[in-house]
Design a protein around this ligand. Structure first.
Ligand code: FNR
Length: 183
């Protein structure tokens, strides 16, 4: 019974370190987890006017979220919070009122930054948002990656043993968390 994971990366950058980190996690996960990246780079900026007639890309996003069993958020930290593009995608997925596509889906939050705090503050903001959206979010281990070039390659290969072991520990806990909620 395959478990579908939707990956939401909070960076639109071509060579995003957070996308690399998400790929590394995907590589460490067992075969019965199927990962798919959820597209957010073509979404319009949310307006409450949408609620009368949701734009096509916004409807697609909601369907993408509804089609997965769990979410994995890999986010950069922008100015000590989450990037606007990610918040915009979450706002779109949460509406129109009464049709929150995220409700009840288990999730985890990870992040990489070039700063030594490793997205800790952004992740705390994101946890607040996800709690409001009624998502059970894995508490531990926290994954605050201080990213240096070569730590994770574009295909998700990890450059050192310590990081690989640490991320494997995260993956094992995440898989157990997701399975607890799987129908
Ligand atoms: C940053 N960066 C950053 N880093 C950090 O640790 N704390 C922060 O508050 C910020 N703020 C910030 C704001 C803006 C507008 C930008 C563009 C960048 C640096 C950030 O960690 C770095 O650009 C990462 O490479 C972003 O992640 P991706 O795009 O590589 O996934």
């Amino acid at each position: 019974n395959q478990i579908k994971i939707g990956v939401m990366v909070g960076s639109l950058r071509m060579d995003s370190f957070n996308r690399r980190l998400a790929r590394a996690v995907e590589k460490l996960a067992p075969d019965d987890l199927a990962f798919r990246h959820i597209q957010i780079n073509d979404l319009p900026l949310y307006s409450q006017d949408f609620d009368a007639a949701y734009p096509a890309a916004a409807t697609r996003l909601k369907k993408d979220i509804e089609s997965v069993d769990a979410l994995l958020f890999a986010t950069p930290e922008y100015n000590r919070s989450i990037p606007g593009v990610l918040k915009n995608a979450i706002d779109i997925g949460s509406r129109p009122w009464g049709t929150n596509s995220f409700a009840g889906k288990p999730a985890a939050v990870i992040g990489a930054s070039i700063g030594s705090t490793g997205t800790a503050l952004a992740q705390q903001h994101l946890r607040n948002v996800l709690a409001y959206l009624d998502m059970p979010v894995l508490a531990q281990p926290e994954v605050f990656i201080h990213f240096k070039e070569d730590l994770v390659s574009e295909d998700g290969s990890i450059g050192n043993d310590g990081t690989r072991k640490f991320l494997q520990g995260f993956v094992d806990n995440y898989v157990a968390w997701v399975r607890r909620f799987a129908r």
